[in-house]
Write a protein that binds this ligand. Structure first.
Ligand code: 5GP
Length: 346
């Protein structure tokens, strides 16, 4: 047994220090980035924000809104071959897969049909050698594919996935998701801001990239993830409850509307997609009712507007400059909540 001491930070533990800036308007901040991927050698330009590949967020409806802003929708793996629309722009979507034989079968058929630029290989625990071997197999068969793969949360495994498994972008984050209960069920996890800092440092040294996956609850968290070095940021909960989110809109007797949002390892998702929970595992996901929030465009514009504003506060003209312009302050309280109780909310 060992114990590593030191402070590990989550988004809520820090604020970004404002700096002198020559930017006079938020419109001067460019959120697009051009990225050249380590193994596929492909170049991509867009706003590096991704939907989670959950069936509640990685939907065709979400793609319609996200692609308008040059952001990427990671389609959940439960769509069937015939479901995919014809006119998808390969720059702004990714297929996703697990590592089972049937996943592999379906993925090969989809790649033949769609000729995508991106594939996301997603497992809850990216530390297994089975996962690394699966990634290698995909890379050997598809040298030009740009591969996102994870999840892991430490630099050693970022290195393994970039160098041995030859993926392009490592999905980083264990236990920080809004409907994740891994930390409660297993005791495992690393606070997400520290994950961004440590994992991006390793990836930068190797010419690879990382995605910060999980833990963003507010537009400010997205800016913090980019400031801490994440090359891409993946969002689940922030995109839930909208028209474009998966699942039925339910209206209660009192007229209140909500949409269901659940972890992909929750009993709810296991029942829906895997015919129930295996007895040897426990549910590592929560199920939540999210008050209906209308079109996702409002949330998207709020996130992008918030990020542009961060740029003006820290003198970063381009998203690419966020890490070098960011100084984080460790804080004990982020916000003033004096009027936040239900008594005051209009
Ligand atoms: P959020 O943006 O909601 O904080 O986090 C979304 C991320 O949570 C997803 O991209 C995925 O990595 C993770 N996630 C989704 N469902 C589950 C689950 O059931 N259990 C765990 N441990 N993580 C989940």
């Amino acid at each position: 047994m060992k114990i590593e001491s030191g402070i590990f930070f989550d988004f809520k533990d820090v604020l970004i220090k404002p700096k002198r800036s020559d930017l006079s308007s938020r419109s001067e901040v460019d959120l697009t980035k051009t990225v050249r991927f380590l193994h596929s050698k492909r170049e991509w330009t867009g706003v590096p924000i991704l939907t989670s590949n959950m069936d509640t967020t990685g939907t065709f409806e979400m793609y319609k809104e996200f692609s308008k802003h040059k952001m990427i929708t990671i389609f959940h793996k439960h769509y069937n071959l015939g479901d995919y629309p014809k006119d998808l722009d390969p720059n702004y979507y990714s297929l996703s897969t697990g590592t089972s034989d049937s996943d592999w079968e379906k993925t090969q058929q989809l790649i033949t049909k769609l000729n995508p630029y991106f594939l996301t290989i997603d497992v809850a625990n990216g530390y297994s050698s089975k996962f690394v071997n699966f990634c290698k197999k995909v890379r050997e068969k598809y040298p030009d594919l740009t591969i996102f793969a994870g999840n892991v949360a430490t630099g050693d495994m970022v290195q393994e996935l970039l160098l041995t498994a030859k993926v392009d972008i490592v999905k980083c984050g264990i236990g920080s998701g809004s409907v994740c209960s891994t930390r409660l069920k297993t005791g495992v996890g690393i606070p997400q801001l520290s994950v961004c800092i440590d994992c991006s440092e390793v990836a930068n040294g190797l010419g690879g990239h990382i995605v910060s996956d999980g833990g963003c609850t507010l537009p400010g968290d997205v800016s913090k993830a980019f400031g801490a070095g994440a090359h891409f940021v993946m969002l689940g909960g922030m995109l839930s409850g909208h028209d474009e989110s998966g699942g039925d809109l339910v209206t209660e007797a009192n007229g209140r509307k909500f949409k269901l949002f659940y972890g992909m390892s929750s009993k709810h998702a296991q029942d829906k997609f895997n015919g129930g929970m295996q007895k040897y595992r426990s549910s590592e996901g929560k199920v939540r009712r999210i008050p209906y929030r209308g079109p996702v465009e409002t949330t998207v514009l709020d996130i992008l507007g918030g990020m542009r504003s961060t740029g003006t506060y820290i003198g970063a003209r381009r998203l690419k400059d966020f890490p070098k312009c960011c100084t984080f302050l460790q804080v004990h309280q982020q916000v003033n909540t004096v009027f936040d109780s239900a008594n005051f909310v209009v």
